[in-house]
Write a protein that binds this ligand. Structure first.
Ligand code: DGP
Length: 138
C-alpha cells in the first residue's frame, strides 16, 4: 500500500524543501539531491501512488507530457547529446522512494552515468541547475 510518509509526499506538501524546476496541478519536478549526471531532474505525480503499477491511467498523460518538456529543457540547458528517462517499480527493480516518479537525466557522449545513491550535491549547485533548466523551458 501507499504510505504518505515518503520523502516525495513531504516535498509535495511543502514539509521539506526542494530545488523546484516546474509545478502544475498534477505534477511537480525538482532536482535529484544525488544527481547521476548534471541536470538530473525528478518528475513526480502529485496524486498518490507507489509507482507506475498502481497509478491511475489519467495520471500518466500529464506526467509524461512534463517528462518530455523537461527532457527537452534539460538537454538544451546542459548542452547534452541525449536524455535518459528512468523509472523503477518496487525495491527489486531499484525503487527507493515509493511515490511515482520519473528520472530525467541529460547525457553527454563519453560521460559515464554516476551510480545511484552517490554524493549529495551542494544546494547552491542544485539551485543553479534548477534555474538553468527553468530558463530553458518553453
Ligand atoms: P528511485 O526511488 O530509486 O527511483 O530514486 C529516488 C531518487 O530520489 C534518488 O535518485 C535520490 C532521490 N532523493 C532521495 N531523497 C531525496 C530528497 O530528499 N530530495 C530530493 N530532491 N531527491 C531525493
Amino acid at each position: 500500500p501507499y504510505d504518505d510518509g515518503n520523502i516525495f509526499a513531504k516535498i509535495i506538501r511543502g514539509d521539506i524543501p526542494c530545488e523546484k524546476v516546474y509545478e502544475d496541478d498534477a505534477v511537480i519536478a525538482f532536482m535529484d539531491v544525488m544527481p547521476q549526471a548534471e541536470g538530473h531532474v525528478l518528475v513526480v505525480a502529485k496524486k498518490p501512488s507507489r509507482n507506475l503499477l498502481d497509478a491511475a491511467d489519467d495520471v500518466l498523460g500529464p506526467l509524461f507530457a512534463v517528462v518530455r518538456r523537461l527532457a527537452r529543457a534539460a538537454k538544451s540547458a546542459f548542452n547534452a547529446d541525449g536524455v535518459m528517462i528512468m523509472q523503477f517499480n518496487e525495491k527489486a527493480a531499484g525503487q527507493s522512494v515509493f511515490h511515482l516518479h520519473v528520472h530525467v537525466i541529460p547525457r553527454k557522449m563519453g560521460t559515464a552515468l554516476k551510480p545511484s545513491g552517490g554524493r549529495v550535491e551542494d544546494r547552491a549547485v542544485l539551485a543553479a541547475h534548477a534555474a538553468a533548466i527553468r530558463s530553458a523551458l518553453d
